[in-house]
Design a protein around this ligand. Sequence first.
Ligand code: PBG
Length: 325
Amino acid sequence: MTFTPAIRPRRLRRTPALRRLVAETRIHPAELILPVFVREGLVTPRPITAMPGVQQHTIDSVRRAAVEAAEAGLGGIMLFGVPETRDARGSAADDPNGILNAATAAVASEVGDALVVQTDLCLDEFTDHGHCGVLDASGAVDNDATLDRYCATAIAQAEAGSALLGLSGMMDGQVAAVRDALDAAGHHGTGVLAYSAKYASAFYGPFREAVDSQLSGDRRSYQQDPANRREGAREAELDIAEGADVVMVKPAMSYLDVLSDVAAFSPVPVWAYQVSGEAAMIEAAAANGWIDRRGAVLESLTSIKRAGADAILSYFATEVARWLR
Ligand code: PBG
């Protein structure tokens, strides 16, 4: 006799209409944010080998990318700057005419309110040694001296028109310091997006090419150890207490447990960053015909949302938003 189950979960998977109706997680273009790179002195956009489809933009081409992102319905854009000259203190970061601030002003005037214009707030693109802060006499990253540089950079970015400052340097006290500096300068409306749980990850590999990184060595004395889960929640807790408007977990796919932990207690929005190496893995496997590109991209973003992300930074953002239309 054939056994006939009384309970059949497959019933709700029977047709596309049923599956659509019972889906627990959806991706919406408004919760996607596109990271972009703007390089000083470029005449035409330059492709990034390790990131197919991603380029170092000129100011003109980043304006166009921002308009396309807005037309696709994205929630925001995150700008990174690649300066022509670097020094020990990352002087170009808080120079109002520095590439990131100039590009921010250009994009903000182009898109107005159609897109939330955000900026990476860190020194690594601007220092000649490639670290996220300034160094002390022994060559170690000097936490408190770096906070002064972040505060100056925050004012410059706020004045350029950035609505949310993405603090990605993992210095202790960075959220409190920057919040204080913004408020003292009257920028009460400029928000802080804290890259709270940012791990020292091999998945940032392609990003190094994207920003012409000068780093030799690693960031393990300030970014978190991938072995630590509790510490990710603690960093988010501290940033919330220091006044972060949004907290973020980064990378995303290898840290879904941390994301889920933070989402469980956070009273502020929780975002995740699908970083360069995560995109590169999908692109490389798809280029070899080993996985279905579109399926893998959508599954990865769905999984990040399912784990608890309210919004996602992804290099696929504009493309995915168009698929969803
Ligand atoms: C630091 C920063 C990095 C990324 C975003 N902000 C690099 C790092 O910490 O080494 C990585 C993003 C990516 O890999 O896509 N300013």
